[in-house]
Every structure is written in structure tokens, then in C-alpha cells.
Design a binder for this molecule. Structure first.
Ligand code: SAM
Length: 278
């Protein structure tokens, strides 16, 4: 992965090595407030998946618990795995404020979704909001799916959520420019945050884009910072994902183009695969 957490306003704040974990940076603190995240409309989809397929549930790349905690509040036993200690720390903080019965339903573990062994099986495994797109190499993608397969009980389901690739976004120079600022957010400690984003580079032969989420921070004392969360995203095409799933022992049971369970069409924003372990 690329760099994370560059402060371009007044010198470098953090600059991670190529192997570092991008989410172990300032982004863990902002994650639950930024528009990229708060506009997600996927919770009902995952809650209804939990009702349909049952628990225990494993969320791979659970982050700050945005999806995991509502699942546990609704009564599911949920395990969460994430590679970022900083994201998990936020999740633990939020979990500490939940009722005892919710806390008892949640297990969290730091680990890599391409290489984990939890010694338990699940009825449902979910990978909400792009963790799978952080797996840049085919071998990583296959390892993740094989691990998921091994951790599912017979007939268990895997829900894989990736965006449907928009052809313009993989070559059009317009996307190299910063987007207009989104609405200003008030952070709990009095800072104000405005977010923009841009594609930093296209790598079509590798099916990857380098992406930057740019954060302009105003401190209560008037100081300003520009923090860049930079990462690389792998994009997928429908039949590529179907082939990956077929190679790892899954059958695509349902396929949707959005969280309202509408069919996958040319202009659908998402590709939501509900895959059954065979
Ligand atoms: C966009 S966040 C999604 C978090 C959460 N699923 C949600 O819907 O809000 C992506 C998460 O994937 C995690 N991640 C990326 N690569 C991972 C890996 N190889 N193993 C486990 N987690 C990973 C990141 O640390 C981050 O927390």
C-alpha cells in the first residue's frame, strides 16, 4: 500500500513505509465523522442479512465497528477482525459504552484477513465497505476467500461488497483534480473538518487507483492543517469476482447492484455478492 497521513499544510506529520497499514493513522480518529463514511446506506442490508442467515457472524475488516456494533445491538453474536490497531481501538472505545449484553456478543481481534485462524465457524461472513478492495494481489484475494470458506459452517454465506467499476474513474483526468469541498463537519473536540478527494494516479494494467482523501482541519485556536489519507484501491469486474468465488468453493446465490437489493445494472453503484459455501 502507499503512504498514509501526510500533512501538506506545515511539514510531514506521518509518512508510512510502503508496507505500513494506512488506517493506523489520523484517519482512525476521523473515520466515523467523515462524509465518505456517513453517507453509507448499507446498515439495513447487513441487518437483514443477519436476520436471514443467522449468527455467529464474522466481519472481516470491521474497522471502528460501524456495522459490527448495530449487528450486536440487534442481538447477533459478532466477531470482528481488522489489521489496524488504531481502528480496533476506536471500536473498543465505542463498545465500552454499550450495554453489557451487547458487549458480551462481540469479540474483536487484530489480524490480516488473508491469513487468520479463529478456531470457530460462522453462519455468515461479511466484508462491508471495501476491505476486499485493499487486497491488491490476486493471491491475497484468493487467500482471503479460502480463509472465509474454511470459517463458514456448511451452507454458510459470505457477503462481499465492492463498488461497480466506473470506466471514467479509471482514466479520465478530471478525477485527478480535487473534488469541491463537502459540507463542514464539527468534530466533538471543537475542530472543524472539510473533506475532498481525488485520484492521485491510474494504474489500469494493475486494475488499481491511488486515491487521496484530503482533510482540511480548523483548530479552535485558528491553526489549520491539511491531512491526506492516501491509499490504493483495487477495482473489480463482475465476472472476475465470480471466478474468484468459484475458485474458492463458493456459488453466487444472489447478486445486487445496490443496498436496496436492486439488480446489478450498467449504472449500479455497487456489486453485492451473496455467496454460498459449497
Ligand atoms: C473502509 S474501512 C471499512 C470498515 C468497516 N467494515 C465499515 O464498513 O465501516 C476498511 C477496513 O479494512 C481494514 N483492512 C484493510 N486491509 C485489511 C486486511 N488485510 N486484513 C484485515 N483488515 C483490513 C482496514 O484496517 C479498515 O479498518
Amino acid at each position: 500500500m502507499l503512504t498514509s497521513g501526510r500533512n501538506e499544510g506545515g511539514g510531514e506529520r506521518t509518512m508510512s513505509a510502503p508496507t505500513a497499514i494506512p488506517y493506523d493513522s489520523f484517519i482512525a480518529e476521523f473515520y466515523d465523522y467523515i462524509p465518505t463514511v456517513t453517507v453509507r446506506r448499507d446498515l439495513d442490508f447487513y441487518l437483514s442479512g443477519a436476520r436471514e442467515y443467522g449468527d455467529p457472524i464474522l466481519e472481516l475488516g470491521c474497522g471502528t465497528g460501524r456495522v459490527l456494533l448495530p449487528l450486536a445491538r440487534e442481538g447477533s453474536n459478532v466477531a470482528g477482525l481488522d489489521i489496524s490497531e488504531a481502528m480496533l481501538a476506536r471500536c473498543r472505545e465505542k463498545l465500552a459504552g454499550e450495554k453489557d449484553e451487547v458487549r458480551r456478543r462481540v469479540q474483536l481481534q487484530c489480524g490480516d484477513m488473508t491469513d487468520f485462524d479463529l478456531d470457530v465457524t460462522f453462519r455468515l461472513i461479511i466484508i462491508p465497505f471495501r476491505p476486499f478492495q485493499h487486497l491488491l494481489e490476486v493471491e491475497q484475494q484468493l487467500s482471503c476467500l479460502r480463509r472465509a470458506h474454511r470459517h463458514l459452517s456448511p451452507g454458510g454465506r459470505l457477503i462481499l461488497d465492492v463498488f461497480q467499476t466506473d470506466a471514467q474513474r479509471i482514466h479520465d483526468p478530471a478525477f485527478l483534480k480535487e473534488t469541491p469541498p463537502l459540507r463542514e463537519i464539527n468534530l466533538p473536540d471543537g475542530r472543524k473538518l472539510v473533506q475532498t478527494e481525488r485520484t492521485a494516479a491510474f494504474h489500469r494494467a494493475e486494475q488499481r487507483n491511488d486515491v487521496e482523501l484530503i482533510h482540511y482541519i480548523k483548530h479552535p485556536d485558528g491553526r489549520q492543517e491539511r491531512l491526506v489519507f492516501a491509499f490504493t484501491l483495487r477495482y473489480f469486474f463482475r465476472f472476475e469476482v465470480e471466478h474468484l468465488l468459484a475458485r474458492t468453493g463458493f456459488r453466487v446465490a444472489e447478486l445486487y447492484g445496490d443496498f436496496d437489493r436492486s439488480p446489478l445494472l450498467d449504472d449500479s453503484p455497487e456489486m453485492l455478492f451473496v455467496a454460498e459455501k459449497i
